[in-house]
Design a protein around this ligand. Sequence first.
Ligand SMILES: NC(=O)C1=CN([C@@H]2O[C@H](COP(=O)(O)OP(=O)(O)OC[C@H]3O[C@@H](n4cnc5c(N)ncnc54)[C@H](O)[C@@H]3O)[C@@H](O)[C@H]2O)C=CC1
Ligand SMILES: O=C(O)CCC(=O)C(=O)O
Length: 411
Amino acid sequence: MNALAATSRNFRQAARLLGLDSKLEKSLLIPFREIKVECTIPKDDGTLASFVGFRVQHDNARGPMKGGIRYHPEVDPDEVNALAQLMTWKTAVAAVPYGGAKGGIGCSPDELSRSELERLTRVFTQKIHDLIGTHTDIPAPDMGTNAQTMAWIFDEYSKFHGHSPAVVTGKPIDLGGSLGRDAATGRGVLYATEALLAEYGKSISGSTFVIQGFGNVGSWAAQLIHEKGGKVIALGDVTGSIRNKAGLDIPALMKHRNEGGHMKNFHGGEVIDSSELLVHECDVLIPCALGGVLNRENAPDVKAKFVIEAANHPTDPEADEILTKKGVIVLPDIYANSGGVVVSYFEWVQNIQGFMWDEEKVNMELHKYMNSAFQHLKAMCKLHDCNLRMGAFTLGVNRVARATLLRGWEA
Ligand SMILES: NC(=O)C1=CN([C@@H]2O[C@H](COP(=O)(O)OP(=O)(O)OC[C@H]3O[C@@H](n4cnc5c(N)ncnc54)[C@H](O)[C@@H]3O)[C@@H](O)[C@H]2O)C=CC1
Ligand SMILES: O=C(O)CCC(=O)C(=O)O
């Protein structure tokens, strides 16, 4: 089942639990707007290269649409659509005043030079600049993009609309980025994991972790878990996977990666086959890379007691059922990885106010938002006698449905 079918299925299940009117259900599912643009750039060698860029704006009942931009070869319209829909429920679960959107360009960022990436980002921005905006749709980083990408979008957009730092979040600090945004998704994952483990009388320091992905989300999650005394015993990325039963030295691994080193060349761990990573023995498994990595093939072999969905849509519905039957507790993406969009909201607020918060305030507010969302999520699980995924979906969908009904449809 592809990401869109899976996300829509979860939405429909939640709509049924909430007893939503079928017409409202249909209207909430259809995206507000789908944008597809051709982006042609001259490569450094003078030849032309064409790419397809997407932005799906799913819903704006609760506020301007919000969501990242992904650069990855597997970006396709259905996936972007699913990710945009997830953003609508995620911003509602997090209780930030936004709707949902997502964008992407089908490309391999590792195979493009910095200047090619800059040209591609600027062309994409030229094609969508009149459809995004501080109070319309606010992009942010996702897989394959980063603060530099956001700086180029901000600069290109500002050529058309004047100085507009709040049109994107996840910017470099020097351009109005928020302190703490770079770490925010990983930090949110830490707070969410702490809240979940506490329900079972467990803690970070007494647990072992396996992490897939060592980019923005995975490396921050690993570092913060390591600082809290958690033992990261296996870790993998696109360059390979490693393990160390005594716990990997995460700061040393960060240094190794920052110097361009591949996983398999890191001396502090034993190389394992990447197919072993997700089924490795551990207390907590944290996928922080691609979607659909937990599926019916590997789910029966998962040994973790908890799965924290730091990636978007890492568990397909078949795997979800298998894991539930096995008694594995899955903390869903629309709550677990919401720390990024929460601090994006703080960045947007700071840009609009023209006032910068210190990092302590950012982290303290993030903690409050993550804990409050967890309490609301638990309450929905109790009310609807459902698992955490349905608890999160009913929480998010109900808030968006209420906002939609209050706004009405009169022309
Ligand atoms: N950056 C953010 O603030 C947020 C990101 N997310 C989600 O978190 C996930 C990761 O995003 P980022 O860390 O931002 O991306 P990133 O581009 O910084 O890092 C991606 C990581 O995934 C690894 N990876 C890629 N393909 C892989 C494969 N086949 N097997 C194993 N590892 C692989 C890469 O090596 C890299 O370590 C995505 O699902 C994204 O949608 C969710 C919320 C916010
Ligand atoms: O920070 C944001 O606005 C959105 C981040 C994102 O794309 C996500 O949460 O999946």
